[in-house]
Design a protein around this ligand. Structure first.
Ligand SMILES: Cc1cc2nc3c(=O)[nH]c(=O)nc-3n(C[C@H](O)[C@H](O)[C@H](O)COP(=O)(O)OP(=O)(O)OC[C@H]3O[C@@H](n4cnc5c(N)ncnc54)[C@H](O)[C@@H]3O)c2cc1C
Length: 509
């Protein structure tokens, strides 16, 4: 059997892509997923159905998580890197913040030679993804598969309410809809978590397309590599159970996410020649950009001990409800910073009030490289966060701003004492830089590891239609092709890639 399209990975982008491509009944689509599939809502395990366990002490783990580890910075220890291993991919285990990239993000990508990714071109697709249950109008969608809602302000926990008021006290604008193009300031996060249910792409998209005869979903199938005839992709090698199969396809679309996509490419002979030759992998296309340009949002958690009278939020609190998006002092980038109020039950006897500070548009880049020619061995994830002085500078200011927020009147009866960083560290730039480098973590938004760009950009891996340079009949569609991390959490951007590339494929047929 030869499929018209084989999509590898049923995640944020892959599930969207397979659903859209199979809208054409003449097009046979095989969707391969390494993790399990839960076709019936009633059988969806609670860790996927509900948005618990995505707080500061992310407890994803289990069979639905690839459980990678990565190196955050030159001074940090190994950090956990969760990624979804199930239909829905990382959208099935994530924090459900439903935030669009800024118009300025799209404009940068367009300026870098990807003119089909301007805000004007992408807005209809952003609307197509969502049904916004709070807002209508030119900027919001009403018919998309993913349901979006903001929690009412009355439902904020005491610490979130104090944070909301403190940001207003310090002069930040109130922003009730973070998905408006010019939004900035403090306000409720849009969340794909209506009625406490995590609306993954498996729930939103696959549940509406899985009945199609021309869409075959095969779960628990690990793709080992892409098969080529010269430079033409002709199929995939898949492990199902203990057996290896070869499946033929007229076009292959790799949507395995920003970690597995470069890994599978390299194992298939596409990547930096020198690295691949170390593993005796035959070269199909020598592309130095595969695995480079690792982009993410670095974050540090600053903590305070609460008073004994503080009303602790419940442990199963669900997704983050309120956030401050702001522009760092004299920054060349709008909304380059993010701050979130959380409560950690894991720190000390009392738990800790926690303000997480992150950079939404960092300058530092990391890399992914093979450690083995076995698909079962994770690649080396070197995030190299806070490598650039400008990132350190902005995060330093952010940590000090978090301190100002915690000293605002709304926190007066809540905060007892500072835990981390200590006063001494906070006052000294060098000590604070060291503290940040030791404690920095990923915000889980890894992107850019197979970036799109024009053929003149030697580090580009795909063109703006997702086609892999130096090959035929092979495209990529997931967060790996983003040229940079957007100034937003990355699930919407990944779904957008699925929507956009599926339309490019339909147009080229
Ligand atoms: C803990 C956590 C919290 C997050 N919170 C948010 C949030 O609140 N809001 C937000 O916008 N973003 C959030 N993100 C990030 C966001 O969810 C991801 O950026 C996005 O889902 C990535 O989509 P993708 O399509 O690129 O990859 P994925 O969704 O990861 O999809 C890749 C798929 O490919 C499959 N796959 C991989 N290798 C193979 C193989 N060899 N064979 C077959 N299948 C394979 C995987 O199992 C997976 O299903 C979070 C991420 C994490 C980890």
């Amino acid at each position: 059997m030869k499929y018209d399209k084989i999509v590898i990975g049923a995640g944020s982008a892959g599930a969207v892509l397979a659903s859209r491509l199979s809208e054409d009944p003449e097009c046979s689509v095989l969707l391969l997923e390494a993790g399990p599939d839960y076709p019936k809502f009633e059988e969806l395990p609670s860790d996927l159905k509900h948005g618990w366990g995505t707080g500061p002490d992310i407890v994803v783990g289990g069979i639905h998580d690839w459980q990678y580890t990565g190196i955050a910075s030159k001074l940090s220890k190994a950090m956990p890197v969760p990624r979804g291993k199930v239909t829905g991919g990382t959208s099935a285990i994530n924090g459900q913040v439903f935030l669009r990239p800024l118009p300025e993000d799209f404009e940068r990508w367009a300026e870098w030679g990807n003119d089909r990714w301007s805000f004007e071109e992408c807005l209809p697709y952003l609307r197509k993804i969502e049904t916004d249950l709070d807002y209508d109008g030119d900027f919001h969608g009403q018919n998309g598969p993913i349901l979006v809602k903001r929690h009412p302000l009355e439902s904020l926990t005491d610490d979130q309410q104090a944070f909301y008021e403190a940001c207003q006290f310090l002069g930040y604008p109130t922003n009730l809809d973070h998905n408006m193009p010019d939004a900035t300031g403090v306000g409720p996060y849009p969340l794909n978590n209506p009625d406490g249910i995590r609306f993954s792409t498996a729930l939103g998209y696959l549940s509406q397309s899985r009945h199609r005869i021309n869409l075959t979903i095969r779960a628990n199938c690990v793709t080992r590599k892409i098969l080529f005839d010269g430079d033409k992709a002709i199929g995939v090698e898949v492990m199902s159970g203990e057996e290896i199969f070869q499946v033929e396809g007229k076009e292959i679309i790799l949507s395995a996410g920003a970690i597995a996509t470069p890994q599978i490419l390299m194992l298939s002979g596409i990547g930096p020649k020198e690295s691949l030759s170390q593993f005796n992998i035959d070269i199909v296309s020598d592309l130095p950009g595969v695995g480079q340009n690792l982009r993410d949002h670095p974050t540090v958690h600053t903590t305070w001990q609460p008073h004994s009278t503080f009303n602790k939020p419940e442990q199963k609190i669900g997704p983050q409800k309120v956030a401050l998006r702001y522009t760092s002092k004299d920054s060349k980038y709008q909304n380059d910073m993010i701050m979130i109020m959380r409560f950690s039950h894991e720190i000390g006897d009392m738990g800790a009030l926690m303000i997480s500070v992150g950079i939404y548009l960092a300058d530092s880049t990391g890399e992914i490289s093979l450690q083995s020619d076995d698909i079962g061995t994770q690649p080396l994830l070197d995030y190299n966060l806070l490598d650039q002085a400008y990132d350190l500078e902005r995060l330093r200011d952010g940590v000090r701003l978090a301190d100002e927020i915690a000293k605002a009147p709304s926190f007066e009866n809540m905060v007892m004492s500072r835990i981390s960083p200590t006063e001494k560290v906070l006052e000294n730039n060098d000590l604070l830089d060291n503290w940040m480098l030791e404690n920095v973590l990923t915000m889980h938004h890894i992107s850019g590891t197979c970036k799109m760009g024009p053929s003149t950009d030697k580090m580009a891996v795909v063109n703006q239609y997702g086609s892999v340079y130096g090959t035929r009949h092979l495209r990529l569609a997931d967060a790996s092709i983003l040229p940079d991390c957007p100034r937003a959490n990355t699930n919407v951007a990944a779904m957008l890639v699925g929507e956009r590339i599926s339309d490019f494929i339909k147009a080229s047929n």
